[in-house]
Design a protein around this ligand. Structure first.
Ligand code: FES
Length: 170
C-alpha cells in the first residue's frame, strides 16, 4: 500500500466520522425539542380566562336552569368541538346567577340537572350533587367546579376556567 493512499483513506475516514457525529448531534437536538417542549410547556403556560356571553338575563325566571355552551379561553383554531365546554346556569334570585361545570369531578362525564329533585346526576357511576354543587352521593371526590358569573347590560357572562378532573390513578 502506498503512503499517499493511507493518508487519503485516513482523511476520508475522519471526514465521514465528523460528518456522522455532526448529523447525529443535529438529529438528537431536533428530536429533543418536542420532548423538552412537552415537559416544560405546562410550567410556562399561564391559565387564560375570558368572559363569554351565554344568554340574556331576561330569558331566565328565578329557579330556571339551562345548559349553556361556550368557548374555552385557550381554544386553538384546530381544536374543533373540544374548544367548547358547557355549564349549568341557574337563576338563583334577583339578578344572581350561579353556574356549575357540566363535567363530573370524578371522571368528567356530563352531569344533568334534575329540576324536580333539585339535584345534578351523573350517569356514569351514579354521582349525585346537591343544587349548590356539593357532593350528595357516589364517587365524586369534590364539588362541581363553579364558574364566576356576572350580568352586564342584561347579558349573562361566564368566566371560563380550566376544569380540574380527578385523575383515576390518584
Ligand atoms: S364520572 Fe361521574 S360519577 Fe364517575
Amino acid at each position: 500500500m502506498k503512503p499517499e493512499e493511507t493518508e487519503i483513506s485516513k482523511g476520508r475516514r475522519d471526514f465521514l466520522m465528523k460528518l456522522s457525529i455532526g448529523l447525529g448531534s443535529l438529529a438528537a437536538v431536533a428530536a429533543s425539542i418536542p420532548v423538552l417542549g412537552a415537559l416544560f410547556e405546562p410550567l410556562l403556560r399561564q391559565h387564560q380566562y375570558a368572559w363569554r356571553n351565554v344568554g340574556k338575563a331576561a330569558d331566565y325566571k328565578v329557579g330556571d336552569a339551562k345548559l349553556v355552551k361556550f368557548q374555552n379561553a385557550d381554544a386553538k383554531s384546530w381544536s374543533g368541538p373540544t374548544a367548547y365546554t358547557a355549564a349549568w346556569l341557574r337563576r338563583d334570585q334577583g339578578d344572581t346567577f350561579i353556574a356549575f361545570s357540566a363535567n363530573c369531578t370524578h371522571l368528567g362525564c356530563p352531569v344533568r340537572w334534575e329540576q324536580d329533585a333539585e339535584l345534578f346526576m351523573c350517569p356514569c357511576h351514579g354521582g349525585v350533587y346537591y343544587k349548590d354543587g356539593t357532593v350528595a352521593a357516589g364517587p365524586p371526590p369534590k364539588s362541581l367546579t363553579q364558574y364566576q358569573v356576572r350580568v352586564k347590560n342584561g347579558t349573562i357572562q361566564v368566566k371560563t376556567a380550566p376544569v380540574p378532573i380527578t385523575d383515576i390513578t390518584a
